[in-house]
Design a protein around this ligand. Structure first.
Ligand code: ZN
Length: 275
């Protein structure tokens, strides 16, 4: 069923007490020009961090996306022609595998674009959640450019559609650990099966929206330039509806921390603060 047009009926996430800490870390950089990222008339270099969420739950360490990793530092990933998309830096010590003491139990993918999956090559994660829609779209083409990503990752595709899952914040959602703390939400458009992650951390709710918005400026009214949207958004109408949903949530729920995929002001990271 199509989503209703905005404004949506939104109920902000309730405050709950939990022992979960959330951290946002930067695994490296992709370099671009502002005029190709935000349609607000500005131009000049923009250094976009490759952000990953680290959810420290008493029962499991969960990541949101994986950034890029060692193969990018060594120059073998992304392969041609994706290597033409921009220049990347993965400084020593910043890849996820260099930050974690042990493999994560679960990685929750917001979508399967190359700059979010590359770090999986290093991680030996227990489960890598994606959506059926994204895996069927990218397993044969996008991920096919890296045979290791197809064969060495324990992909766990999830069905995120009305009728097959409960709804959270008005969207189809799955309870990741079964305790109501961490939710995997349908947020399609940027890719056919894009997803968001809602976490009830000790300092309040956090929402990771992946590349539905690259930077916070996309939540403030600006968008990706139309040529960029044409190149990167699989379903433009869905992408815009999902962006409008995020904007409305951010505006109406001041306690909610919304984390966009490549926001430069988060390059030094962010973390839960004890309540
Ligand atoms: Zn991205």
């Amino acid at each position: 069923m199509p989503l209703p047009l905005p404004p949506y009926e939104i109920e902000c996430p309730a405050a709950v007490s939990s022992a979960i800490q959330v951290e946002v870390v930067n695994t490296g950089w992709v370099h671009n020009d502002w005029k190709r990222v935000v349609d607000d008339g500005r131009s000049g270099p923009i250094h976009m961090p490759l952000l990953v969420g680290v959810i420290s739950h008493p029962d499991a360490t969960i990541l949101v996306d994986s950034g890029l990793g060692l193969a990018t530092r060594q120059g073998s990933y992304p392969p041609f022609p994706l290597s033409l998309l921009g220049s990347h830096d993965i400084p020593a010590g910043m890849a996820m595998v260099e930050r974690l003491a042990e493999p994560p139990a679960i990685v929750l993918m917001t979508h399967l674009h190359y700059d979010h999956v590359g770090g999986l090559l290093d991680l030996n994660a227990g489960e890598v959640w994606t959506t059926e829609a994204d895996l069927s779209r990218y397993h044969g083409v996008g991920l096919g450019l890296s045979r290791a990503l197809k064969t060495q990752v324990n992909w766990v595709p999830k069905r995120l559609e009305d009728g097959s899952s409960t709804r959270v914040l008005g969207r189809p959602a799955l309870d990741v650990l079964g305790d109501g703390s961490t939710w995997y939400l349908s947020l399609p458009g940027h890719t056919p099966g894009a997803a968001a992650v809602l976490v009830q951390a000790e300092d309040g709710p956090w929402l990771f929206v992946g590349d539905t918005a690259w930077v916070d400026a996309h939540l403030d009214g600006a968008r990706r330039p139309w040529l960029t949207r044409l190149a990167v958004d699989a379903e433009p109408r869905g992408a815009h509806e999902s962006l409008q949903w995020v904007r409305q949530l951010r505006d109406e729920c001041p306690a909610l921390r919304v984390i966009t995929g490549h926001e430069p002001s988060l390059a030094d990271g962010a973390r839960s603060t004890p309540p």
